[in-house]
Ligand binder design. Structure first.
Ligand code: TNX
Length: 551
């Protein structure tokens, strides 16, 4: 028996040596040594610091879900197990760095913060075999690693289509597994208000549901004629925020204003410049609207609507401040997102209240009125000790003094903001809109645009136009998943995988470690992980490069 065991391990060691260590995102330094370490259910997990219990729990949950066993946690030092240590002395610029060393006797992960140790766990997970086994052999390695950017995010739109808590948690797990640390939660939009606000119950009772949804490409070929919607209670929000924080992911909430607010307007028409005017609907083809079509309605098609929050009436500000008064305590995030994108000025031009406000405040056009709007919200957010972040339209008419800019219409807004000494998150459509198709001949309905994996991977977040000092204001990157054409959890996975791999290397890996050929060679292993997770993914790249069969 002993002999057989030895033979088994020699065999494993040989196999592992031949097999490439495949870690995404690529670490700063990686050395593969001879030998293996075998993890089984009798391997102790040594945790002496309470702060590392979250990392231990994540590893154990992963082992249990994928391989069917957990490790016993002990505070007794042992050379034979997996040891977690957090040194807690290094701060920026290396914050969240870690080292991982595995030898024939054990594994040691040392982080400079608890998050660093947690990232080390993610690397350990990627050393595990991609098939279910009782004994998990990992290669002997020495890894030193640290993130390139502090803000490493993904956005999920839960307004256009609603995703219940379990899927949101799964999404957060996917972020954590990729060393991403910001979950931008797009909670409100024209097609549904998704967060319970106790002072304004109609926001979710009325604004959380629509009477139908277009079918086919916008503006639609028909309608489902089914009531559709949902929302998160504040208790569920707290549950998700804790779940994310246990994975070192910060949830950045977004409450859209002054545009994309018509679900709230359907609930409280007085928030509109023209409460009596019915919602303008798209009727290009008969039957593209479902159910009641009178008065203000929650939108059933996509796009940009003229019916925005009135910037003239004082009650709009009272309402939004009341909403934020409930939202802010739910989210420990320093950044609070107020949208700011795609706000047509048509209503404001005609609205006596908006025009009066412009006159009184010497605002020369409606862009300055939008800037006034955002600056008032910023003052309120700042008074709660938080920082406002918004889409790059918040630059128009003058940027609020402390605002962070999320640059989506290319990099222009990001460059302009950095030159004005504001912090920036880069999320240009041309590289980071994961609602775009992944291949020219996509067989699934998507919003349009073609964003193949190679294109995502080619992104460099520091624009050539910026000086080194200005570039420091680029705090990170984010990919966005708008869900007009994403109705099911499997489609979320189909759209984000494998592009999330590319995002994670842009966000985490050192610039000189980014290498397309190397990245490509690591993909087959990653596809095996998707299978192991039971996750769906876009197979085009797999078929083409791994099986050689894509048409
Ligand atoms: C633009 S990006 C939008 C969203 C859409 C998306 C579709 C941004 C700030 N606004 O409302 O869902 O395009 O790709």
């Amino acid at each position: 028996m002993r002999f057989l065991n030895t033979l088994f391990f020699i065999c494993l060691a040989l196999c592992l040596h031949a097999q490439q260590v495949s870690i995404i995102p690529e670490p700063v330094s990686l050395k593969v040594n001879k030998g293996i370490f075998a993890i089984s259910k009798s391997t102790p997990l040594v945790v002496t610091d309470k702060g590392d219990e979250l990392s231990a729990a994540f590893l154990n949950d992963y082992l249990e879900t994928i391989y069917g066993f957990r490790l016993a946690i002990t505070s007794k030092a042992s050379l034979k197990g997996i040891t977690l240590v957090t040194r807690k002395f290094v701060k920026a610029p290396d914050a969240d760095s870690y080292e991982l060393k595995s030898t024939a006797t054990g594994v040691k992960i040392e982080g400079d913060t608890y998050a660093g140790t947690f990232h080390g766990i993610q690397t350990l997970i990627q050393l595990l075999p991609t098939v279910k086994q009782a004994t998990l052999a990992i290669p002997a390695v020495e890894i030193k690693d640290a993130p390139r950017f502090a803000y490493r995010g993904m956005m999920l739109d839960v307004s256009r289509h609603f995703f219940p808590v379990p899927m949101v948690k799964k999404f957060i797990d996917y972020l954590a597994l990729h060393k991403l640390n910001r979950f931008h939660w797009h909670l409100t939009d024209d097609q549904g208000w998704r967060i319970e606000i106790k002072k304004y119950p109609r926001l979710t009772e009325v604004g959380g549901f629509r009477n139908g949804t277009i079918t086919g490409k916008h503006p639609g070929t028909g309608n489902t004629n089914e009531r559709y919607g949902g929302f998160y209670t504040q208790e569920q929000i707290k549950e998700v925020v804790k779940y994310a924080s246990d994975r070192f992911v910060t949830v950045v909430p977004e409450i859209e204003m002054p545009g994309h607010g018509s679900a709230a307007i359907a609930a409280y028409p007085e928030l509109s410049c023209f409460p009596e005017v019915p919602t303008i609907r798209y009727f290009p083809a008969k039957g593209t609207w479902g159910g009641d079509s009178t008065g203000k309605q929650v939108m059933q098609a996509w796009g940009v609507l003229d019916d925005v929050f009135c910037a003239g009436k004082e009650n709009t500000f009272t309402f939004l401040q009341d909403v934020l008064t409930e939202v802010i305590p739910l989210f420990p995030s320093q950044l609070i997102h107020v949208g700011g994108d795609e706000c047509p000025k048509k209503n404001w031009e005609k609205c006596p209240n908006c025009q009066k406000r412009m006159k009184e405040n010497n605002l020369k056009d409606e862009h300055e009125l939008q800037s006034y709007f955002v600056q008032r919200m910023e003052k309120f957010i700042n008074s709660h000790g938080r920082t406002l972040i918004g889409w790059d339209e918040i630059l128009e008419g003058g940027l609020a003094p402390n605002a962070v800019v999320m640059s989506w219409r290319g990099e222009k807004g990001g460059i302009e903001a950095a030159k004005l000494k504001h912090k920036v998150v880069m999320t240009p459509t041309t590289y980071f809109y994961f609602d775009y198709k992944q291949v020219e001949k996509e067989d699934s309905l998507t919003i349009g645009g073609n964003l193949p994996l190679e294109k995502v991977y080619s992104y460099e977040p520091y624009p050539a136009e910026l000086t080194a000092d200005e570039a420091k204001l680029i705090t990170g990157v984010q990919a966005n998943l708008w869900t007009e054409y994403i109705t099911k959890p499997e489609k979320i996975e189909y759209m984000v995988f494998p592009r999330m791999e590319a995002l994670s290397e842009i966000a985490w890996s050192a610039k000189d470690k980014k290498n397309w050929a190397k990245f490509e060679s690591k993909l087959p292993k990653q596809y095996q992980r998707y299978d192991l997770w039971g996750a769906n993914y876009h197979k085009y790249y797999y078929d083409l490069k791994v099986k050689g069969t894509a048409k």
